[in-house]
Design a protein around this ligand. Structure first.
Ligand SMILES: NC(=O)C1=CN([C@@H]2O[C@H](COP(=O)(O)OP(=O)(O)OC[C@H]3O[C@@H](n4cnc5c(N)ncnc54)[C@H](OP(=O)(O)O)[C@@H]3O)[C@@H](O)[C@H]2O)C=CC1
Ligand SMILES: C[C@H]1O[C@H](OP(=O)(O)OP(=O)(O)OC[C@H]2O[C@@H](n3cnc4c(=O)[nH]c(N)nc43)[C@H](O)[C@@H]2O)[C@@H](O)[C@@H](O)C1=O
Length: 330
């Protein structure tokens, strides 16, 4: 069970709205809250399109949640970001502006916004500290998405400064696990490789191609760790959160503090899925950021660190992939 979420306001359990509850992160957060008997509100994308300002206003005014966890977003890997830049910047700006403003207008006391590690400059010194934000140019393949995420942090900070609310931001590294998007083109690297190597092992293929040179390095955090970290940060006393952040640098990195090259990752996924053939690289596909290892000392100082190791986590994700053929995406 791990750390128990005590989301309470004046002794009463907070009514918490989980936006994006059918997604990988939102689903993991919802499971933890339900396991702890928390009062939770959810709406599917079909029930409530968060890019629709009037619909979000009506929902917030009607439900008046005490807390909001914003895990809804337009999300995808390097190919999706590179192919649909207008959708990534527009939809994410609209979702966060609507949810954050309408939460404030409805008197929501506490909110957690999920950003991403791609907010940092392409060549930020590694590991990347929270202070590196806005100190350099971004990675072109996901700049629109990154700018939307930076805007989300600044929305929270601006509402905190002007209206005195308590809206917090966490910056997850690359995430994976149950409920992931396994689409062959639009997914992130780890689910994409799980699918590709599994299919190759099943078909007896002699060769599997991975995108790019295989030299970039990435950090991977299991989504159950992410869910626990999200609730840990949301539940922190305001004084502790304020003491470990600054009003204009309020976001908190969430990761494992360890990274791996894409080629090493490919060999690990091949081993776990039982694929024994060749692995070749395709340098014509983009590498993206060479490295984006997060400095996670700010969150560790506040008392949280990741628990699930990469090998164990990939096994868990592969098991979910195999057991959920009907519900998995892609
Ligand atoms: N996955 C990763 O590696 C990382 C994710 N993050 C961040 O974590 C958060 C969650 O990501 P993740 O769980 O992986 O993403 P998913 O794509 O798994 O989930 C996103 C959820 O948001 C919903 N959604 C999207 N657009 C809308 C909309 N207009 N109105 C209502 N709901 C909408 C989706 O519903 P539907 O599918 O029905 O459209 C889905 O349930 C995001 O903020 C993401 O940026 C940050 C770093 C890494
Ligand atoms: C979390 C973060 O995720 C995104 O950034 P990213 O980490 O670069 O995305 P990615 O996981 O898709 O790729 C990681 C690396 O892996 C290589 N790679 C090899 N083979 C496959 C492959 O088959 N699929 C994919 N997707 N990548 C592959 C790929 O070439 C790249 O070098 C942001 O857009 C944004 O969404 C964001 O915030």
């Amino acid at each position: 069970m791990g750390w128990l979420c005590q989301l309470r306001w004046k002794g009463e359990p907070m009514k918490t709205y989980v936006a994006g509850h059918r997604g990988m992160v939102g689903g993991a957060i919802l499971r933890r809250l339900q396991d702890q008997g928390a009062a939770v509100i959810t709406r599917t994308h079909a029930e409530l399109d968060l890019t629709n300002q009037a619909a979000v206003r009506s929902f917030m005014q009607e439900e008046e949640p005490d807390a909001v966890i914003l895990a809804a977003a337009k999300v995808g890997g390097i190919h999706a970001n590179n192919t649909y830049p207008a959708e990534f910047i527009y939809e994410n700006l609209m979702i966060e502006a609507n949810v954050i403003h309408q939460a404030f207008a409805a008197g929501v006391r506490r909110l957690l916004f999920l950003g991403s590690s791609c907010i940092y400059p392409r060549m930020a010194p590694q590991p990347m500290v929270e202070e590196a934000l806005l100190t350099g140019v971004l990675e072109p393949t996901n700049e629109p998405y990154a700018i939307a995420k930076i805007a989300g942090i600044k929305l929270c900070e601006s509402y905190n400064r002007q209206y005195g609310v308590d809206y917090r931001s966490v910056m997850p590294t690359n995430l994976y696990g149950p409920g992931d998007n396994f689409h062959p083109e639009n997914s992130h690297v780890l689910p994409a490789l799980i699918r590709r190597f599994h299919e190759a092992a099943q078909s007896g293929a002699g060769e599997v191609t991975i995108w790019g040179t295989g030299t970039p390095r990435r950090e991977f955090l299991h989504v159950d760790d992410m869910a626990e970290a999200a609730l840990f940060v949301l539940d922190l006393d305001r004084e502790i959160y304020a003491a470990n952040t600054e009003p204009m640098r309020s976001h908190i990195n969430v990761g494992t503090g360890e990274d791996i090259s894409i080629l090493e990752l490919a060999h690990l996924v091949a081993e776990i899925t039982g694929y024994g053939g060749k692995i070749v690289t395709d340098p014509h596909k983009p590498d993206g950021t060479p490295r984006k290892l997060m400095d996670v000392s700010r969150l560790e100082t506040m008392g949280w660190r990741a628990k699930i190791g990469l090998r164990e986590g990939i096994r868990d994700s592969y098991r979910w992939f195999l057991e959920n053929t009907s519900v998995r995406r892609g």
